[in-house]
Design a protein around this ligand. Structure first.
Ligand code: FES
Length: 105
């Protein structure tokens, strides 16, 4: 198994609650800083591809404004309705002066 870290922001660039659109080799992601760290998730909803850039995040879940689906930002699971297609969530680590998405392959 390989491991790659891809820088997506500078450390301190985002305040808690802020978001940044990230293009990761053609894949659109949203990077956000939570109270307990960073998370990166697919920018487009797995239901019908609505843009999640401004979807409200409450208690570790992002809600799609299009039809109201909610996704756990820890696991990507669709929690409302249960069993919907999951959201892609990628691990993010602060490494020195950079915030990096961790890709395992
Ligand atoms: S497009 Fe997101 S819930 Fe339907």
């Amino acid at each position: 198994m390989g491991l790659t870290y891809i820088p997506v922001a500078r450390a301190g660039e985002l305040e808690p609650g802020e978001r940044k659109a990230v293009d990761l080799n053609g894949r659109a992601l949203v990077l956000t800083r939570m109270d307990d760290g960073y998370v990166a998730f697919s920018r487009y909803c797995p239901h019908e591809s609505a843009d999640l850039m401004n979807g409200p995040i409450v208690a570790g879940k992002v809600r799609c404004d299009n039809h109201g689906y909610c996704f756990d930002l820890g696991t990507g699971d669709c929690v409302l309705p249960k069993g919907g297609d999951p959201l892609t969530v990628l691990p993010v680590e602060e490494r020195g002066e950079e915030v990096c998405v961790r890709i395992e392959w």
